[in-house]
Write a protein that binds this ligand. Structure first.
Ligand code: NAD
Ligand code: FE2
Length: 382
């Protein structure tokens, strides 16, 4: 690791972590004189018992929550426009995202849009749109209900174009939540498949962040501990969940997102096109691709894989052992080993490789990834 210039490191979010922390929401709102929150969630979470309980608790405290739950699985611009209309119409005074990464991303994009009414994609970070995020934004609170994306502590929202399905990133430090209530009790009933897929997303964040090329020892320390926590708890959280495994997964997913301000890599670039082209769940796409992406990264980075292997407590401290660990973990949590098992066909490889090559994640990979590399990795995983 060489420090060849000045780098910026940020860790500002307040996190209330632990079983029951979501019950503090009402008092927090009263303290900040916020009585008309817009709650952004998805239509599944809106029906769950814990969600209704949070709403009841707010009403008992004379707070009037308005619920916006009309969002797509891979969120699109229209979701954000409709949510902003709901914010205006109900004269809301703050925004609370409650849900998985999809709901939290829509919530964050509404936070942006409330006082930034140009076309949403004018603010796309990849075309330098972050500089236009110059107005104030509403008070923003996040409550994660999956242990995967860590979007609750993020500064960006991934929103797709309604027609092309191309994913855009809205980014600004202003989009950080003022406070996160991370309550593992809300994840207790997550179905095994969602636990597995979102958990592998969290593992991918930690591993890719650890390997990403920016020198950032703070993030690398967090990423290694995140990997360790997931290795202790993901299998249990999927097959026999208890509060300890759910707590470890929730904090590790949040740590993954803190760590990946350092960057992501080849695995996320392999995964993103599967969601745009085939609507594959983001975590599942990462889960199937991670052993292949990591295999690609070993050469030249054996010293880093040795540290990952040590963290995982593997007998053999090599990259090959890490790849084997990932395949074995996928087996234990019922994730398929091959892309063809999640709907990918030979005829998709060309388009997937083009999209992956244009993706924003791999420029931070420890080594360059060419279009031909993507083609080879996809073919190998097919
Ligand atoms: N902003 C970021 O930094 C970032 C990073 C990675 C991914 N993402 C985005 O996050 C999204 C994926 O998020 P996700 O993996 O959390 O999935 P998700 O938000 O799509 O949720 C998965 C499913 O789980 C259900 N669910 C959520 N909480 C539940 C609970 N407690 N009990 C039962 N069911 C529950 C949801 O209704 C949904 O059907 C994608 O849109 C992706 O682009 C964002
Ligand atoms: Fe991810």
């Amino acid at each position: 690791m060489t420090f060849d210039k000045i780098y910026q490191y940020n860790f500002p979010t307040i996190i209330r972590f632990g079983a029951g922390s979501s019950k503090e929401l009402g008092d927090y709102l009263i303290l900040h004189k916020l009585f008309n929150p817009l709650i952004v969630t998805d239509s599944t979470v809106a029906q769950l018992d814990f969600f209704r309980e949070i709403m009841r608790d707010l009403q008992n405290k004379n707070i009037s929550p308005e619920i916006f739950a009309d969002i797509h699985k891979n969120p699109v611009k229209l979701d954000v426009y409709r949510g902003t209309e709901a914010y205006d119409y109900t004269k809301s005074d703050c925004i609370i995202g409650i849900g998985g990464g999809a709901a939290l991303d829509v919530a964050r994009a509404i936070v942006l849009r409330v006082n930034h009414r140009e076309d949403l994609f004018k603010y796309d970070d990849l075309i330098g749109g972050d500089i236009y995020v110059d107005n104030e934004v509403p008070h923003f609170i996040t409550i994660p209900t999956t242990a995967g994306t860590g979007s609750e502590v993020g500064r960006s929202a991934i929103i797709a174009d309604d027609e092309t399905h191309q994913k855009k990133i809205l980014f600004s430090p202003k989009l950080l939540a003022k406070i996160v209530f991370a309550d593992p009790m809300l994840t207790m009933e997550l179905p095994p498949f969602i636990t597995a897929a979102t958990g592998m997303d969290a593992l991918t964040h930690n591993m890719e962040a650890f390997l990403a090329k920016m020198p950032h020892p703070i993030c690398e320390g967090i990423a290694l501990e995140g990997i360790s926590l997931i290795s202790q708890s993901l299998e249990q959280a999927v097959n026999k969940p208890d509060l300890e495994s759910r707590s470890k997964m929730l904090i590790a997913s949040l740590m993954g997102a803190v760590a990946f301000q350092k960057g992501l890599g080849v695995v996320h670039s392999l995964a993103h096109p599967l969601s745009s082209l085939l609507d594959t769940h983001h975590g599942l796409a990462n889960a199937v691709n991670i052993p292949y992406g990591m295999e690609f990264n070993i050469e030249g980075f054996e010293h880093k894989f040795k540290r990952i292997a040590k963290t995982l407590d593997l007998e053999e401290e090599t990259g090959a052992a890490v790849v084997k660990y990932l395949f074995d973990l996928n087996t234990k949590i019922n994730i398929p080993h091959k892309l063809r098992d999640i709907g990918v066909r030979q005829e998709h490889i060309e388009t997937l490789s083009n999209l992956a090559s244009a993706d924003f994640a791999h420029p931070n990979n420890p080594k360059p990834v060419s279009r031909d590399d993507f083609k080879r990795i996809y073919s190998n995983a097919l």
